[in-house]
Design a protein around this ligand. Structure first.
Ligand code: G3I
Length: 449
């Protein structure tokens, strides 16, 4: 460990803030969401990636949620990439983790048009072969987890936006009855599992949700096993349907359960405090709608952290859609969910953020700075941490006490600048070497202990 504190002169801002990385200070946890949801008889779930279930990610997934949905691990392309060759590793890992943490599992998903293995998609099947493949797949997967997976998204996304059936491998080969056949096969494989049809853009009352309504009503009338509908709820900031609760209620009135299965609320990035506050209000609105209808089983978020969300890749320039930021700090949306589940916690009214930037760079070295700014919050001490991924080494720092050990850098306030008042900021700088590339690290901001 080397200590690198030097004088107090500020680096000159030669090239401006070309590269930025920010992180808010973490807030202490309140009553876990899962305890609040348990007390209301509701599910609060999250989609997860099996390989990430350790460390902070595992602590939050296990500590805050009473249900898990594998985000990808149970899809056909994941479990049977080669015909007859199965890979259950990630799915098993998630189910084992859930059992170790007293959580339910939502199985996702058995019959879908996407994320199927190439051998299946590219095959030339007769209707009889296709039906056999589908029912065998359901028997194998549901059978494997019999008694361990509480709920299955048996059929995923069967409709187009106008309420017509989506033209898929299944619809084209088997007609609309593939849905009843899939549900019947799932019931046979695990009679105690709850069976759902799941879709997106069916949260409000519209042509698509009405098509879903008419389908499940007719399935029930025909005696086909169907227990519930999943409303995915991949929502856009400012566009929560006003008819959400009314729509949940009309499905409930058919004698079906309803679940919000994949909630996220995306916005243009970078986020700001106004948009995060609006997002919190909208998360609250969604959870409230579920809490208000007794047959609404619960709410699952599609990833709990912005670092494990499908949004930025699929919608470039959008993101910040989940209740925790990329550094696992709970966002206002987290506190809104807690309150909608009956928690009494008061969300923090503001935050302090650390912003890393490269202000000047030459062929072997660069000058960097970190600015710590508070809005609606304050600090009496601080420490900023980051890890250099490309061999950068700090040689000199000013206005902070910086140490680097391997890739890990830790910079604590100097004797004279630990206080950051509400509306104020503190900046420190450093010189460092680089070669090859100089990526901006993710920084975390803590109160110094
Ligand atoms: O696993 C490969 C990895 O080996 C490879 O290096 C990498 C390169 O891109 O891709 C990885 O696969 C990605 C996979 O997620 C796992 O991360 C796929 O490209 C990517 O397309 C896939 O996206 C998933 C998406 O479904 C596919 O449609 C998202 O993670 C997943 O969150 C998303 O979930 C769906 C629900 O199942 C149904 N409802 C909509 C929802 C969002 O699209």
């Amino acid at each position: 460990m080397r200590s690198l504190r030097t004088g107090s002169a500020l680096a000159s801002l030669v090239t401006g803030l070309a590269l930025l990385g920010t992180a808010p200070a973490a807030h202490a946890a309140d009553t876990p969401l899962r305890d609040l949801a348990d007390a209301k008889g509701k599910v609060i779930g999250t989609a997860v990636t099996g390989s990430k279930l350790t460390g902070t990610y595992g602590d939050i997934a296990g500590g805050q949620f009473n249900a898990l949905t594998p985000g990808n691990a149970m899809k056909w392309g994941s479990v049977e990439p080669v015909r007859g060759t199965f890979d259950w590793a990630e799915a098993d890992r998630i189910v084992d983790f859930a059992e170790a943490h007293g959580q339910q599992v939502r199985g996702h998903t058995l019959v879908w048009h996407s994320q199927n293995p190439n051998w299946l998609t590219n095959g030339n099947w007769t209707p009889a072969q296709l039906r056999q493949l589908m029912t065998d797949h359901i028997a194998t997967e549901v059978g494997r987890y019999k008694g361990r997976v509480a709920t299955w998204d048996v059929v995923n996304e069967p409709f187009n936006e106008d309420g017509t059936y989506r033209q898929t491998l299944w619809y084209n080969g088997l007609g609309t009855d593939y849905i009843a056949q899939a549900l019947t096969a799932a019931r046979a494989a695990d009679p105690s599992a709850k069976l759902y049809i799941n879709d997106y853009n069916v949260e409000g009352i519209n042509a698509k949700s009405t098509a879903l309504y008419n389908l499940v009503r007719s399935l029930k009338e025909r005696g086909v096993p169907i227990d519930g509908v999943g409303l995915q709820a991949h929502l856009i900031l400012g566009q929560v349907p006003s008819t959400l609760q009314q729509n949940i209620q009309r499905f409930a009135d058919l004698g079906l359960d309803v679940a919000i299965t994949e909630l996220d609320i995306r916005m243009r990035t970078p986020s700001d405090s106004a948009r995060l506050a609006q997002q919190a209000a909208e998360y609250r609105q969604v959870v409230n709608a579920c809490v208000a209808v007794s047959r609404c089983h619960g709410v699952t978020v599609w990833g709990f952290t912005d670092s494990d969300s499908w949004i930025p890749e699929t919608f470039p320039g959008e993101g910040a859609a989940t209740p925790y930021d990329e550094n696992y700090a709970p966002k206002p949306a987290y506190y809104a969910i807690a309150e909608a589940l009956g928690g009494t916690t008061t969300p923090p009214t503001g935050a302090c953020t650390a912003t890393y930037s490269v202000v000047n760079q030459w062929n072997t070295g660069f000058t960097g700075q970190v600015r710590i700014a508070c809005e609606g919050a304050s600090l009496s001490s601080w420490r900023v941490n980051w890890s250099y991924g490309a061999g950068q080494r700090i040689s000199q720092a000013w206005n902070a006490d910086c140490t680097q050990s391997g890739t890990a850098v830790r910079c604590a306030h100097a004797s004279y600048n630990g206080t950051v008042p509400d509306g104020g900021s503190v900046t420190f700088g450093f010189n460092a070497s680089w070669s090859g590339s100089n990526p901006v690290p993710t920084v975390t901001l803590d109160r110094e202990i």
